[in-house]
Design a protein around this ligand. Structure first.
Ligand code: PSV
Ligand code: MN
Ligand code: MN
Length: 429
């Protein structure tokens, strides 16, 4: 059954409340940017084009290993999850894809799922495998790792699972696989580092070779958790090495939360793009580690600096494919849909600011070794309130000028509660 359908008429009516405030704000900003030489129409077009995938696991309330406080009207099925993404996409025109996690999201009826997604203008982004939890069908355990395991029969189970995930993705029209591994060790001496890495490499190569020719493999890295002494793919260098070992269509995936404190992520982005190896990107934010908080909620300037490198790379590194964008934030005590709307807004803000950077002026100032001017140029872009540009981009795409305000005034959560019930638990979590 079709749930919440946000049509143009409903959104127009919503927008009529904001348009009078929006228009003069937009024109004032557009004029002052044009004076600085910015092609405002180009910026608007780029904002309209940016599509960020929503992971199926972010639509229910996330939690920690200490507990999870579920939210009302959470999606209980894959259909529900897709329809939630449909709501976010209708409001923003920025969430035109969903990323599934297998086995949590295995479709029962592929055609029905594809039809539902198409009707909401949603594509299937990378499919994610799960070798961090044992499945009931297994007669072995991932307790001591999956693709790295010393026991070849466990590695085989993990490889087979990835091949099944590829099959599921193929049937849905997805064309990439993201592998995040929990593999690692908790105690010094527990694992032979070299053997674990070697096994992982061989397993990944097997998976890579089994992908269709037009598929990409994204390899995540993470320095800690759930193993706290060592992680097999601990950093971007290890991921890059594995990607290079697999082949051309294997790439590193940067997840903002997967770094030790104060790591210079923008520099990692630059290096990977120079090598043509930045394949995917997971947005979130954190104070301490992989906190999976709302994008831009803690370190918005860092997010801008990262986007600045992404924009530079997209313009100067044609060898790097356009990265697959995804939000990977799911720890929330907020309404998950409002949380995702905030994340999308933060991504678009940082992107728009990065598009405003005077690249020529910056290069000139760098040549002159004028560090003060370099900083002025970056911060002039960062300190611009670009929200009118985002509103205009949404208005031009027949989305909502103010997504959260409209989400609230349309009482969408209440409607979901009516349809799904008060005490729901998102499937798969
Ligand atoms: C675990 O750290 C994680 O957050 C990774 O970032 C994955 O992308 C995600 O879970 C889904 O497996
Ligand atoms: Mn991730
Ligand atoms: Mn993570």
């Amino acid at each position: 059954k079709m749930e919440m359908k946000l049509n143009a008429e409903i959104l127009n009516e919503q927008n009529s409340r904001f348009i009078e405030t929006h228009k003069p704000e937009y024109h004032f900003l557009a004029q002052s940017l044009e004076k600085k030489g910015v092609q405002v129409n180009d910026v608007i077009k780029k904002l309209q084009e940016l599509q960020v995938a929503i992971p199926s696991w972010a639509l229910g309330a996330g939690g920690t290993r200490f507990g999870r406080f579920s939210y009302q009207g959470e999606p209980a099925s894959l259909e529900n999850k897709i329809s939630d993404v449909g709501i976010i996409h209708a409001l923003t025109n920025t969430a035109g894809a969903i990323s599934l996690h297998i086995p949590w999201d295995i479709p029962k009826d592929y055609n029905a799922i594809k039809e539902l997604a198409a009707s909401l203008d949603i594509k299937f982004d990378a499919v994610n495998s799960n070798t961090f939890q044992d499945q009931p069908s297994m007669n072995k355990s991932y307790r001591f790792g999956s693709l790295c395991n010393t026991d070849s029969s466990v590695r085989e189970i993990a490889i087979q699972h990835n091949l099944e995930v590829i099959d599921t993705g193929k049937k849905l029209g997805s064309n990439s696989l993201t592998v995040w591994l929990a593999d690692g060790s908790n105690f010094p001496g527990q694992q032979n580092f070299q053997e674990a890495l070697q096994n992982t490499k061989e397993s990944l190569k097997h998976i890579y070779k089994s992908m269709p020719d037009d598929w990409k493999l994204f390899i995540e890295y993470k320095p800690y958790e759930p193993n706290f002494y060592s992680t097999v793919i601990q950093d971007w260098g290890t991921s890059l090495m594995l990607a290079e070992g697999c082949g051309q269509r294997a790439y590193t995936l940067v997840d903002l939360g997967h770094h030790l404190p104060n790591t210079n992520i923008e520099q990692i982005v630059a290096t990977l793009m120079m090598k043509g190896k930045l394949g995917g990107f997971h947005f979130n934010d954190s104070k301490y580690g992989d906190d999976d908080l709302t994008v831009g909620s803690v370190k918005p300037y860092a997010l801008f600096l990262i986007w600045n490198e992404l924009v530079y790379g997209m313009e100067n590194n044609p060898n790097n494919p356009s990265p697959a964008w995804m939000i990977d934030a799911s720890h929330n005590i907020k309404d998950p849909l409002e949380d995702l709307l905030q994340s999308l807004e933060a991504i678009q803000i940082a992107y728009a600011q990065a598009l405003l950077v005077d690249q020529k002026g910056l290069q000139e100032a760098q040549k002159q070794q004028d560090a003060t001017l370099c900083q002025e140029i970056l911060q002039d872009a960062y300190r611009t309130d670009v929200r009118p540009l985002l509103r205009e981009a949404r208005l031009c795409s027949s989305a909502a000028i103010e997504p959260i305000a409209s989400y609230r005034s349309l009482n969408i959560r209440n409607q979901l509660i009516k349809e799904r019930g008060l005490h729901t638990v998102a499937s798969g979590l």
